[in-house]
Design a protein around this ligand. Structure first.
Ligand SMILES: Nc1ncnc2c1ncn2[C@@H]1O[C@H](COP(=O)(O)OP(=O)(O)OP(=O)(O)O)[C@@H](O)[C@H]1O
Ligand SMILES: [Mg+2]
Length: 193
């Protein structure tokens, strides 16, 4: 295990199975891993920072050396403030590489002592991104297998606020087709009369 503290920065809007795969891999090689949610990365995020924090906390509760935090501004400044020694980032495809390389080199210029470490996810998650998950969910498509179950549930609630209520109502107010037994007896009685 690598000594020291690594930071895994991102927007995690929402957390996906790809993120989780990377967190689990990172937790195996670093002594401590801080998943750091960048505040204000998007003007209109789907999930608030508090919601993302809560989801990530729940999803990583089983990993003892992982904690979740939020930050603003430069990643290198945040890393220094918590005495981090590494930045962890994920690479899915060549398309990620160019941007990630630019950022890693810029961060090295800003803080030469901080190393960036790249990890690859399991190939089944190599096409999963938060943006794609948001788009599929907003269009009513299934996101099963792309995000953890609690995220799937939160997406459903977010996109259909009546979802939870509807579920409760369907249990409380459900009536047999053709009305209740009492209604039927009443109708029979009226017919006879
Ligand atoms: N499926 C994945 N496999 C490996 N790394 C990933 C995966 N998804 C995201 N990452 C990496 O996690 C880090 C944080 O990413 P970020 O929060 O921007 O997620 P994202 O899926 O790219 O979201 P968005 O689509 O909103 O940009 C980045 O280094 C990104 O490359
Ligand atoms: Mg991204």
């Amino acid at each position: 295990m690598h000594k020291g503290l690594a930071i895994y920065p991102g927007s995690f809007d929402p957390p996906t199975n790809g993120h989780l795969d990377l967190i689990e891999r990172g937790a195996k090689i670093f002594e401590e891993l801080v998943v750091a949610i960048l505040r204000n990365s998007e003007k209109s995020p789907m999930f608030s920072v508090a919601e993302r924090l809560e989801m990530l906390r729940e999803l990583t509760a089983h990993l003892r050396n992982v904690r979740i935090d939020t930050f603003d501004g430069l990643t290198v400044e945040y890393a220094k403030s918590i005495e981090g020694t590494c930045i962890l980032r994920g690479i899915r495809a060549i398309s990620d590489y160019e941007y990630e390389l630019q950022m890693a080199l810029m961060n090295r210029k800003l803080e030469p002592t901080l190393e960036t470490v790249f990890m690859m996810p399991a190939d089944k998650y190599s096409y999963v991104s938060s943006r794609l998950v948001r788009e599929v969910a907003q269009a009513g498509g299934p996101v099963k297998g792309l995000v953890p179950e609690i995220v799937e549930e939160k997406l459903r609630e977010k996109l259909d606020p009546a979802y939870k209520l509807r579920d409760v109502r369907s249990v409380e107010f459900a009536e047999p087709i053709g009305g209740s037994e009492l209604d039927r007896r009443e109708r029979k009685r009226k017919k006879k009369a």
